[in-house]
Design a protein around this ligand. Structure first.
Ligand code: SF4
Ligand code: MG
Length: 321
């Protein structure tokens, strides 16, 4: 079975409380009815503007945030049904890399101790075996294992993110949720980290859920890409198809903003009207209706659902089907 992760109808709603008695007066639908699958050795890019629910989706998959409803099946097992201990054991197979390599590493810890922590937490091997795993994973991540005793603060941003990736991989997990892993890095370093992750995937067969606000960043690493808008999935497609023929008007606008080295067919940049609406008060019908250049009467009334377009593509838009 090649299916590793199966997320179905995932919802994460945060209550809005107000007044003296902190009564719940509504909900922010941070993640609303999101479904996707991730195969072994595959990278799924999750893209959208800040506040679209992509990070919350990643955290809910990891069970760091408890989903309001929906299922997260990891190797066919429902994670929300697991107790604390069982979940802790599962974490060995599911790790996270965060955006900021400065705040996510203790600067006064040595690389050795940073990488030993997860091994200790999961009682993996003797000290000597752990040391072997630590030096192995450092080399895999392009770090010099002779620098084992150096402190995190002695490393550059790019190297620190390599340490974070090594920490995520030291237990050889099956899935790594990477939330904006290159967004805090210089552009020249970004491609190095992307290339590293691509190589690691080839060598280890690990799957990535790669979260980014930038479609240009996920382009080369993702096999498939999901585009989110205001808590919902707008479009999900193989990466090549998404870049060559985006179906959803929101994806089209995001892509038109990426400068191309070879501009094809002179496509104009699509400038969206207005701001992203508040997730606490989303528009009725299609969430994108307040900004969509193709908006129709129906869009303001009826919520478009994800529709299968064949060839592994689906889109939530009334222009289709
Ligand atoms: Fe635009 Fe309507 Fe499609 Fe929404 S459903 S993206 S408003 S055309
Ligand atoms: Mg985020």
């Amino acid at each position: 079975d090649n299916l590793l992760l199966h997320v179905e109808n995932l919802k994460v709603y945060f209550p809005i409380k107000s007044g003296f008695f902190q009564k719940t007066t509504g909900y922010v639908k941070a993640v609303d009815d999101v479904s996707f699958q991730l195969a072994r050795g595959e990278t799924l890019g999750i893209v959208g503007e800040s506040g679209c629910g992509k990070s919350t989706t990643g955290r809910a998959v990891m069970q760091l945030i408890k989903p309001t409803s929906g299922t997260v099946l990891f190797e066919g097992e429902e994670l929300s049904g697991l107790g604390t201990e069982q979940l802790r054991a599962k974490r060995k197979n599911m790790q996270m890399v965060f955006q900021d390599p400065y705040s996510s590493l203790n600067p006064r810890m040595t690389v050795e101790n940073i990488l030993r922590e997860p091994l200790e937490a999961h009682h993996a091997g003797s000290r000597a075996e752990q040391l072997k795993q630590i030096t192995e994973v450092m080399e895999l991540c392009g770090l010099n294992s002779k620098q084992l005793h150096r402190y995190a603060h002695e490393f550059s941003g790019g190297q620190r993110q390599r340490i974070c990736i090594a920490r995520a991989l030291v237990l050889r997990p099956q899935i790594v949720v990477a939330d904006e892993p290159v967004s805090a890095l210089d552009v020249s370093i970004q491609s190095q980290i992307i290339n590293l992750m691509t190589d690691l995937q080839k060598q280890l067969g690990v799957s990535f859920l790669f979260i980014s606000h930038d479609l240009a960043v996920v382009k080369h690493i993702s096999h498939r890409i999901g585009v989110m808008y205001l808590g919902r999935m707008a479009e999900l497609a193989p990466a090549k198809a998404l870049y060559e023929e985006p179906l959803h008007p929101y994806t089209q606008s995001l892509l038109s903003a990426i400068p191309r080295s070879h501009p094809r067919s002179g496509k104009e940049r699509i400038v969206l009207r207005g701001e992203v609406p508040s997730p606490a008060d989303p528009p009725k019908g299609c969430a994108f209706s307040t900004r969509c250049p193709h908006v129709m009467d129906r869009c303001r009334e009826v919520l478009p659902l994800m529709t299968d377009m064949g060839a592994g593509r689906s889109v939530a838009c009334h222009l289709y089907g």
